[in-house]
Design a protein around this ligand. Sequence first.
Ligand SMILES: [Zn+2]
Length: 349
Amino acid sequence: MNALLIRKHGGPEVLTLESVPTPVPAAGEVLVRVRACALNGKDIWARTGPPGGRPTFPWKPRTLPFIGGGDVAGTVETVGSGVDEWKPGDRVFINPILSCGRCEFCLAGEQTMCVDYRIFGDHTPGGFAEFVVAPAHNVMRVPDGVPFEKAAIPAAYCTAWRMMITAGGLRAGEDVLVVGASGGVGTAAIVIAKMAGARRIFAVLGGAEKAKKAEAIGAIAIDHRDHPVFSERVLDLTGGAGVHLAADPVGAPTWQQTIRSLRRAGRMTICGASGGERPDFDIREIYQRHRRIIGAPMGNVSDLRAVMDSIFSGAIDPVLHAVMPLSNIREAHRILEHRLHFGKIVLVP
Ligand SMILES: [Zn+2]
């Protein structure tokens, strides 16, 4: 099969399609023919090496060569022994959460708190290839009529669901702030907040074109190029009150402003530190105003089920920046790295 191998760290030019042996599913595994696979920030870091040379989760260096891509949708090609719930031709997506199934957190249904939590396509070979193997219990059905590219985005949508609904506790009528609003998680947070009945969704992003796209999906755009201190704009637009819930996937450059955009007792959910992991802020701005900061690195399996069912029923329409052939992977990396996208970039083998 053809697969996109990373043999060494570097720029997009290190990405090359190569012919490699097609994997064979072991007992309890299925072989999936990849029809679509979304690109994530972690795929950029898999290519460049970790940001700043500091290993990210799970805090150890990756071994090369490596096939990335954790957001897979496709069809079952063959099954390993002992797998009777899937048959060739079934339309599926892969749940990217790998967990032990036995620890106290798994037993409580919190698979991403697992003591052995890993991510498909990050700690295992992923879906930037024609075929990929996955544990049969990580495979979930895609209904007929749902295009594969709309099913190939579980990681960002599961994370955004956790940030808005499960951890964020969003209630209808609340005001929401989404920082980094043009990214995969940011755009997902906007459409989820809209579905959940948020009153106003303020979207912090850069550039008029992205602002127009954010307004088209129901957000009120705040262009940080016009409003570098975006919290002042949020406070202006909310009559000085601030928002009930803010989602910040960016980190150090935005934390201070995100915190200042919160109402008293407002909640801030965080899932990443793509802009830096050591923010500078005054802790009194948290406790004196009864604010809460809540970690939401990715949702659990029931969060994933809920958000994917919302997509499959049409309640949420995932925001796709582009669907591109896998052979255009270098261009896809450039778009994501230079933040030229609005929504997910999906690659098709
Ligand atoms: Zn576990």
